[in-house]
Design a protein around this ligand. Structure first.
Ligand code: PAF
Length: 283
């Protein structure tokens, strides 16, 4: 496995792989790799001849007061995970390598970034789309892999790739969960043991939403009420939002029909957790 810190090194290594005819897969990450990332790497490994994992805690997607400084950076452990999964190249650049003196150019996806998490994290998706564009331009992958846990991110990236005619396929892989249902996330490690024991209620609450929808409830406000009722049982959970939206436009739906995304964000202490369930009532 090669480890590159510079853009020139990545371009060189990928050029050799492409010359050999390999399909190039990219798994963009911020490190602190967990089973969710491993599933993305495995999917890339199964599809692509040459797999690149980027590890970069991207400062432009963190707002003031968010967790950029304390975001975990266990690089040796991450490299070990990548080695174990048969990754060909890890790109772990410095901030200077990625942003030089700063950036005057941003990639901004409108509308889709105004709802759900975008309402509460102004500038976050602009940072994500900008860094992903840079990573796509640096690596020039045929395919890039993202997790369904970050449902809004996946929709925004797919739209950016379509709107800007970027020549790659975005692959969205299912959310990986701990045995108790908690979605795998690098931020789970912030939780104290007491908070960790309350955390699975987020998925439990979303499942309650799914159940009542499958039982015939079609009024989104009533479904949200049911979800909130479950979350209220955890003493330390603070709800940021619970929304039922169209999975493509991310706009709240008036009535539940066809495909819907049930999405929520909560705080447990200082830690923000998100999760979602995608439902297809036509199936
Ligand atoms: O999902 C993430 O970890 C990040 O948002 C990403 C896609 C690596 C961009 O920094």
């Amino acid at each position: 496995m090669d480890v590159a810190q510079t853009i020139a090194q990545v371009r060189g290594a990928v050029a050799v792989a492409r010359k050999k005819g390999s399909v190039i897969g990219l798994v963009p990450t911020m490190g602190a790799l967990h089973q969710g990332h491993v599933s993305l790497i495995k999917a890339a490994r199964a599809d692509c001849g040459y797999v690149v994992v980027s590890i970069f805690v991207n400062p432009t997607q963190f707002g003031p007061g968010e967790d950029f400084d304390r975001y975990p950076r266990p690089i040796d452990q991450d490299l070990e995970v990548c080695r174990h999964e048969g990754v060909d190249l890890v790109f772990a650049p410095t901030i200077e390598e990625m942003y030089g003196e700063g950036t005057l150019t941003w990639v901004q996806v409108d509308r889709l970034t105004d709802t759900l998490c975008g309402r509460f994290r102004p500038g976050h998706f602009r940072g994500v789309t900008t860094v992903c564009t840079k990573l796509f331009n640096i690596v020039q992958p045929d395919r890039a892999y993202f997790g369904q846990k970050d449902a809004q991110q996946a929709v925004v990236i797919q739209r950016m790739v379509a709107d800007l005619n970027m020549p790659l396929e975005i692959v969205v892989c299912p959310t990986i969960r701990e045995p108790d249902g908690l979605a795998a996330s690098s931020r789970n490690q912030y939780l104290t043991s007491d908070q960790r024991s309350q955390a699975p209620i987020l998925y439990k609450a979303l499942r309650r939403g799914q159940e009542v929808i499958e039982a015939g409830l079609r009024d989104p406000a009533k479904v949200v009420q049911q979800i909130r009722h479950v979350l209220d049982q955890a003493p330390d959970i603070r709800v940021q939002y619970i929304s039922i939206v169209d999975p493509q436009t991310l706009e709240p739906v008036d009535r539940i029909v066809g495909k819907v995304l049930i999405a929520a964000a909560v705080y447990l202490g200082q830690t923000r957790l998100i999760d979602n369930i995608l439902l297809d009532l036509d199936r």
